[in-house]
Design a protein around this ligand. Structure first.
Ligand code: PMP
Length: 373
């Protein structure tokens, strides 16, 4: 099998899975218990927290471990909302775990503004500039779009906030950038950053939220007071430590270079066919967005899976819903959206595997196209 749906999820590192097992079956102590075995587990969790702060390039703030990015996004948005005359700004391009929380804020009667996307998939900064004011409470932006790979300029957004909306907090959904892009939050003053382990070879159901200042949020989960009271519930020890293992193993710069090569090879192979259109978002090399003339994306995806080439049609979390809000907003036509596929890479793939998959995609596409025309 050649797996090219890494934006949906990734294969866990085997050593990370071994580590998980060790903490599930041997060192399985509750980190909140009073004996020394527990304190050493607590220490390991805190070491992982430090590792995350260091890869984010921050000295200030902390990490709250969560059950994945959906929960982190809910915590950042619902936990930072305040009653009063505040305004909230979201991108139409957000993942459903942000988009639907924003819809809930609207339903609760809060003032919510939506940023449209430009042709290149980034948020419209001119619209943002017009919306920012003293009442802005939160700006929530995806670092890298899970649909298109477009990279939003969070440094530019933070600078705009510093001038036009000094009281506003910035939340960045970093699920598709964490451990993939080389960046430092030291120079980008944001307040919350979401990440999820299963997107970088860690386990599913574990992630976290970087929080610059804990006074800016309130818990949305109440119970035993773990995670300094900001996320009650016994920590997923094995999951967190396996996530820490993955963070330690990943070489961001080296991987970026390799994945860029994989991306450009795939682009070359697909673009050689004049009926296949690679969308030019010039964003993260980990995600390639493509549409295929006259062939339905889902049909092509299933036919490719039969050939052991796995690609996606877009966000797996919204694949049951008709249409694609993100591509529609960018301005793609209905038939282009219907024939769209998302190809997403990981750094373990070889150039040969990607070339082989590219040729299979072209061949299967043409087989189907000949049948439908
Ligand atoms: N945000 C983005 C940008 C994503 O791509 C995803 C996963 N598709 C999520 C949030 C949700 O992540 P999780 O599965 O950890 O809840």
């Amino acid at each position: 099998m050649i797996y090219l749906d890494n934006a949906a999820t990734t294969k866990m590192f085997e050593e990370g899975a071994d580590l998980y097992k060790q903490y599930a079956c041997h060192s399985f102590f509750n980190p909140s218990a009073g004996y020394s075995q527990s304190s050493s587990i607590k220490k390991e969790l805190d070491n992982t927290r430090q590792k995350i702060l260091s890869i984010l390039g921050v000295r200030e703030g902390t990490v709250i471990f969560t059950g994945g990015a959906t929960e982190s996004n809910n915590l950042a948005i619902m936990g930072s909302k305040r009653n009063g005359k505040y305004e909230y700004i979201f991108s139409v391009g957000s993942h459903p775990s942000v988009y639907n929380v924003a819809k809930e804020l609207e339903r609760l009667g809060h003032v919510v503004h939506w940023l449209n996307l430009r042709d290149d998939g980034q948020v419209n900064y001119v619209e943002l500039e017009k919306l920012l004011n003293d009442k802005t409470r939160l700006i929530s932006i995806e670092h890298v779009s899970n649909e298109t790979g477009a990279i939003n300029d969070i440094k530019r957004i933070a600078s705009m906030r510093d001038v036009l909306a000094k009281n506003a907090l910035i939340h960045v959904d970093g699920v598709q950038s964490f451990c993939k892009l080389n960046f430092s939050l030291e120079k980008i003053k944001i307040d919350f950053y979401t990440f999820s382990a299963h997107k970088f070879h860690g386990p599913k159901g574990v992630g976290g939220l970087y929080v610059k200042n804990l006074n800016t949020i309130k818990s949305i989960v109440f119970g035993g007071g773990q995670e300094d009271g900001y996320r009650s519930g016994t920590e997923n020890v094995g999951g967190i430590l396996a996530m820490g293992y993955a963070i330690g193993k990943i070489e961001v710069l080296r991987n970026f270079e390799h994945v860029s090569l994989l991306n450009s090879r795939m682009k070359e192979i697909l673009s050689a066919d004049s009926h296949i259109h690679v969308n030019n978002f010039e964003g993260s090399p980990y995600i390639l967005s493509v549409w295929f003339e006259n062939v339905n994306g889902e049909t092509l995806m299933r036919a490719l899976a039969d050939e052991e080439v796995i690609v996606g049609t877009g966000s797996a979390c919204s694949s049951k819903k008709a249409g694609n809000r993100v591509l529609e907003n960018i301005g793609f036509k209905k038939d282009q959206i219907k024939s769209h596929l998302r190809i997403s890479f990981n750094a373990q793939l070889t150039v040969e595997e990607v070339e082989k998959a590219g040729k299979i995609i072209v061949e299967i596409y043409n087989n189907i196209r000949e049948r439908v025309l």
